[in-house]
Design a protein. Sequence first.
Length: 331
Amino acid sequence: MAPISLSEHLAAQRARGPHTPGVATIVGRLGRVAAVIAKELAHAALRDRLGYIGGVNVTGDEVKKLDIWGHEVVEAALRATGACAAFVSEEAKEPIEMTTEGGNPLVVCCDPVDGSSNLDVNGSVGTIFSLRPSRGQVPAGPAALGPGTDQVAAGYMMYGPATTMVYTAGQGTHGFTLDPETGEFFLTHPDITIKRRGKTYGVNEGNLHTWHPGQRAYVEYLRTPDRASGRPYSLRYSGAMVADVHRTLLDGGIFMYPADFTDPAKPKPKLRLLYEVAPMAMLVEQAGGRASTGMERVLDVRATEYHQRAAILIGSLDDVAQAEDFYRRPA
Ligand code: FDP
């Protein structure tokens, strides 16, 4: 059977049921951008494109040359679709408003190059995106604010040994692999279903002393041997959220970036809600998994700021439910 291309899959999904206009156009275009980003990453060291530009972005991260370049190519691609009314980017303080060609345009939230600390060591990085309806709002940027349940599509690209794209438009989660010769993505992982329980956990354990007591107790539990419940779990952590969530989707288990609870009155999460946490939550829920902040379902968290941060515990249903249970126990 001939392999199914991303554009064919998007058209088939559109024909299957109610759909939001513009989703296929934007997701298809982001697929083409991913092929360009993958090529640039492969040549970055040869073209002096690695390293920092000197400066920090709106959320205080040091900015790399490829962060800015990635932002610019995504912005140009979205502008060309005529279906994007506003672009919320990790690299821009305010949403970038765009001219559209009428008819229910969308707001796109995106981290063009996620996990950029991996860039200089040739580790995997990714692109994460989320689409929300603009509801005809002008300016459209504020339509990005609200709960994650507003998302109509979400996805990521992972630039590793192969370039992978995983997306959902609310009808399951599907994975594609880039054919570098043709620049086209083909369906390699249809209807991804995450295992109910896994055997691995991913978390930056260097931060252990800053965690909520429930988080500490849960990780201690995962490390404690018990043959009957499959413990200890194996630790896997790449330092790029896309790669860690991708492994969790395919193999099961749990990936966590908990908040810094040093001051329990002011917990400090790291990852950004609109273009990291919420899209991953939609993808994993569509694959039958679960995503929580430890206290509540991620998709119910209302964004009130574009660069708002949120904690995330994401992956297999039973693993995440158990982690939440540890958060509820008295310290
Ligand atoms: P990075 O800072 O390298 O861009 O987006 C934030 C992120 O990467 C995630 O991709 C990753 O999971 C996390 O931060 C890694 O943070 P630590 O270095 O604190 O573990």
